[in-house]
Design a protein around this ligand. Structure first.
Ligand SMILES: Cc1cc2nc3c(=O)[nH]c(=O)nc-3n(C[C@H](O)[C@H](O)[C@H](O)COP(=O)(O)OP(=O)(O)OC[C@H]3O[C@@H](n4cnc5c(N)ncnc54)[C@H](O)[C@@H]3O)c2cc1C
Length: 466
């Protein structure tokens, strides 16, 4: 097989497809997207059966194709908020997005193809169906859309030992395995663990039959602050609370106290220090439900699960044959270090605006299409790693605000940002006259400059200049 292409995109997950979608909308180029999996969709192909987006569908996926109908949920823990796609809906979205891209005649998708690195005559790719090696000649750039590839329970190497007789399943198997257990130990601190606990509670398991083994306690956003379109004022309010807290913070602990006091961030147990911050979110109803689980084990990470006890970093706890251990310990977001997004002959997709992987990939596609100089492109798209702990919040927010400030002075880019379906603030101009929106915008503008300076001090360094 002989392939020549302008761009070779490695990875047909959300990032690779959102980038390609934006690039071919803006530039007359040929793109080849490869992925070692059998279909587009990235990690969503292996997601647990009850997974949903934690953000609304309204600003997820590729820009040119809507995901969902922007309905407001009427029942359940998301009632009153915009719909969040299921795994099936997300996979269908990416499958259709890929088909539409192929139908442009300018995009080629090679599934079951793995990128092996640079060869003597081009990029080396193995066809996993036949085992054959090919070299792809790339006229413009190789796009690394797998740099932040996530690690998920269905595919990660379990990071602890399991003795014979211990009952351990990945979260994907919970719905099937749950029936044969009388109690459950959920392992992990993040969104997946919270989802597993919620699934058990929603399926009638009493809270006292659930144990939650949490190596760290986490901060979660209140989902109220991530509602777009008709409720966009709440997003602006959340951002303004961030800016106000950041401008006034004496230190990182004080910052999180302020964010909690304002209702911006929540933790499941307010009496226990939370050190994890990964940018995930819960609704107030989910929070109330999860707070019913009283059996919380805080002895660090699990080392080994025996038939009758669990060995952790800082101690042991009893278990038994009727207890099902549910593995939710995969890292999820990959916290690889930041590297310039635009490099000679190469683009490495990363986070620019926090919590917006699809928007970020599309933004990079737009900038690639409309700017020539790599230094200028990198100025508009300064990358930063996904956050993991509360110490990462200053960097995450200041990088986001600095980048957003730079877009404002570029008319074509700010027009694109305003119109993009993936921009969570897209509807803000339509609501600018609402008093609550005006209050939030004023609060943000009052504090953001001081906030960036203060966060630079808290971060120590590594913050780009505003
Ligand atoms: C459970 C879960 C829920 C989430 N919910 C949300 C949400 O609600 N909102 C939100 O904004 N974000 C959410 N995220 C964040 C999520 O990571 C991103 O939304 C996005 O799906 C990541 O896509 P990606 O393309 O960067 O990575 P991936 O989905 O990991 O895709 C990377 C692709 O690269 C391919 N690949 C890797 N190496 C090679 C190679 N050498 N050759 C060929 N192909 C290769 C892989 O096969 C894979 O398909 C969630 C994440 C998880 C884990």
């Amino acid at each position: 097989m002989l392939v020549n292409t302008d761009y070779l995109v490695i990875g047909a997950g959300a990032s690779g497809l959102a980038f390609t979608d934006a690039l071919v909308a803006e530039a007359d180029v040929e793109v080849t997207v490869i992925d070692r999996q059998r279909a587009p969709g990235g990690h969503w192909l292996h997601a647990y059966p009850f997974v949903r987006l934690h953000t609304p569908s309204a600003y997820y996926g590729v820009s040119s194709l809507k995901l969902g109908q922007d309905r407001i949920d009427q029942v359940g823990e998301n009632a009153g908020y915009y719909e969040r796609a299921t795994g099936d809906e997300i996979r269908a979205h990416f499958a259709e997005a890929a088909l539409r891209l192929i139908h442009t005649g300018r995009v080629r998708l090679l599934t079951r193809h793995e990128h092996l690195g640079r060869g003597s005559d081009g990029e080396r790719v193995r066809d996993l169906s036949t085992g054959k090696l090919h070299e792809i000649t790339v006229r413009r750039k190789v796009v690394d859309a797998r740099y932040l590839e996530g690690s998920i329970p269905a595919t990660h190497a379990v990071p602890f030992d399991v003795a014979a007789g211990a009952r351990v399943v990945p979260v994907n198997d919970l719905p099937v395995a749950a029936q044969a257990a009388s109690s459950y130990a959920v392992l992990g601190s993040g969104k997946t663990a919270a989802d597993a606990c919620m699934w058990l509670l929603d399926n009638g398991v009493e809270p006292d039959r659930i144990r939650w083994i949490r190596p760290r306690d986490a901060w979660f956003y209140d989902r109220r602050h991530f509602q777009p379109l008709e409720q966009v004022g709440a997003i602006m309010e959340g951002i303004s609370l961030d800016a106000e807290a950041a401008a006034q913070a004496a230190n990182v602990d004080d910052l999180f106290e302020q964010l909690e006091a304002s209702g911006r961030l929540v933790r499941i147990d307010p009496s226990w220090p939370a050190t994890m911050y990964r940018g995930t979110m819960l609704s107030a109803r989910e929070l109330d439900a999860l707070r019913q689980i009283a059996d919380v084990v805080r002895l660090g990470r699990v080392r080994r699960i025996e038939a009758d006890h669990v060995i952790l970093e800082r101690g042991e706890t009893k278990t038994g044959p009727d207890m099902l251990h549910v593995d939710c310990t995969a890292l999820g977001l990959n916290d690889a270090p930041a590297t310039p997004i635009f490099q000679p002959g190469r683009i490495v997709l990363q986070q620019v605006r926090y919590l917006s992987p699809c928007f970020n990939a599309a933004l990079v596609g737009f900038v690639e299409a409309h700017r020539d100089d790599d230094a200028d492109k990198n100025r508009l798209c300064p990358p930063h790693p996904y956050p993991s702990s509360i110490k990462d919040w200053p960097r995450t927010m200041s990088c986001t605000w600095i980048a957003a400030g730079r877009w404002l002075s570029e008319p074509d880019l700010s027009a694109w940002v305003s119109d993009s379906r993936l921009n969570l603030l897209r509807a803000l101009p339509d609501h600018a006259a609402e008093p609550s929106v005006q209050t939030a915008v004023t609060r943000y503008l009052t504090h953001v400059t001081t906030a960036i300076e203060r966060l630079g001090q808290l971060n120590g360094s590594n913050t780009p200049r505003a």
